[in-house]
Design a protein. Structure first.
Length: 453
């Protein structure tokens, strides 16, 4: 059987049909003994699963293994990985109509409250608690609690199985420059600004560079100085973007970008900043673990001078951005049992361990894999255990500071924050003017939508 192929993601946005083949081959490849009922009868022969996720690293890597699921179960799989924005738009439309077009979809973090709260996904507790459908070795308790939490509703019912909890952190691509200057990784926002003033343009390297997703990178500043996005999420969704704390933290972030980045940095996308950081054109950055680890790849110019740290803290504490994504079964799916089989397979200890070994997958969601010496060795960068930084960051999530990001209205807030910080960086508006405009616009949007705030 010919497996689906990908070449540097060229075909990642196109739907593929994967035919079923020999279960013996698939079982050997997985290193698993297939359950007898599946191995003997291929109980999902004739079933076609439509599966989609946005094009993050894990779903792109998973594509190379999807053929094995078909060989193991008899199912055919249409597998699709469009870009994030395209995926979110398609999924939101499909889920809102409770259509049957998809059997497995990613629960995107910022949409989790909307999609789960509206009943658009299938509760998974009946599957998790049924030993005929979920064998003990799946070990759902092995998933990190901080990764599972966004996949639950307010009653604690599980709707998704997490495949990533990506953690905001800091990286210095040219840590040697900091060391030569007698500096370490800055622990506070104040230290960060002072450090950048010293290292900027040394050895021809800009001091700072981060992609323009300000709706993710700005809230840790805001919360670090005692503010928040809403007055009391998830129950009180009055925006609080014009407070003194919000204005001060927005001004600080914009000043850092304006004074110590490359020209045009305020509008650079993730892909642009990643390439510049890998090439050693800029030094200190806010990254996720997945993004940061790409700079440790042997072909990256900065692989040997890379150093990580926790996201800096403000006077009120440390509040790094954390985003979980997970596989779920849309309520309209007609193939729920087969969909659950796919989710179990795609997040199993065996397959994730293989992806770690064969594809260098990082930011996994199972504690047993984090605890494995082999995995820690893999994500050790220049003698530094980056896995511990991830675990420490996820532990900080128990503060509950990410509650701001999952209310149904947050995507609108995200847009306003991106625009507001962009205006300040460009000098189009002062921090006070820009954040006041964002506050006013959001209140008007919410009231037009019939929200009581």
């Amino acid at each position: 059987m010919k497996k689906p192929s990908i070449t540097n993601g060229v075909n990642r946005g196109r739907r593929r049909l994967v035919a079923a083949g020999s279960v013996a081959v698939a079982s050997a490849a997985l290193g698993l003994r297939a359950p007898a009922v599946i191995g003997q009868t291929k109980r999902f022969s004739g079933v076609t699963l439509n599966v989609s996720c946005w094009s993050a690293k894990y779903p792109r890597l998973l594509e190379a293994y999807v053929g094995e699921f078909g060989e193991l179960t008899g199912a055919k799989v249409n597998y699709d990985t469009p870009g994030l924005q395209v995926y979110n738009q398609r999924a939101d439309l499909e889920l809102s109509t409770k259509g049957a077009g998809y059997d497995v979809l990613n629960i995107t973090f910022i949409f989790s409250n909307r999609w789960i709260g509206n009943g658009w996904f299938t509760p998974l507790d009946p599957y998790l608690n049924d030993r005929n459908k979920t064998q003990a070795d799946f070990d759902f308790a092995d998933f990190l609690p901080g990764a599972v939490s966004p996949m639950k509703d307010r009653k604690g019912v599980v709707y998704g199985v997490p495949w990533v909890t990506d953690s905001g952190m800091s990286v210095a691509t040219r840590y040697d420059i900091l060391q030569a200057s007698g500096l370490g990784m800055p622990d506070t926002f104040e230290e960060l600004e002072k450090t950048l003033a010293v290292i900027h343009k040394k050895d021809g390297v800009a001091g700072f560079l981060t992609d323009n997703h300000w709706g993710f990178w700005y809230p840790p500043f805001l919360q670090g100085y005692g503010g928040d996005v809403f007055r009391g999420a998830p129950d009180d969704l009055m925006p609080t973007l014009d407070t003194p704390e919000a204005i001060h933290s927005a001004d600080l972030l914009a000043r850092i970008v304006r004074n110590y980045s490359l020209p045009g940095a305020g509008g650079m996308s993730y892909g642009q900043t990643q390439e510049l950081l890998r090439a050693g054109k800029a030094n200190y950055a806010f990254v996720t673990h997945v993004g940061g680890m790409s700079h440790a790849e042997p072909e990256a110019k900065v692989a040997k001078t890379l150093h990580f740290s926790l996201y800096p803290r403000g006077p009120k504490g440390r509040f790094p951005g954390i985003a979980s994504h997970g596989w779920g079964i849309p309520a309209g799916s007609k193939n729920k049992d087969a969909a659950w089989e796919f989710i179990k397979w795609a997040t199993s200890k065996t397959l994730i361990t293989r992806m770690v070994r064969e594809k260098h997958l990082g930011s996994v969601t199972r504690r047993s894999i984090y605890d494995a010496p082999e995995y820690r060795k893999l994500i050790n960068v220049n003698g530094q255990d980056t896995g511990q930084i991830v675990l420490d960051t996820i532990k900080l999530g128990e503060q509950g500071h990410m509650k701001y990001r999952t209310p149904p209205v947050y995507p609108q807030v995200n847009v306003q924050l991106n625009q507001a910080i962009g205006r300040i960086i460009s000098g189009q508006m002062s921090a006070k003017e820009s954040m006041t405009q964002a506050q006013t616009s959001l209140i008007a949007d919410f009231r037009r939508a019939g929200m009581k705030i």
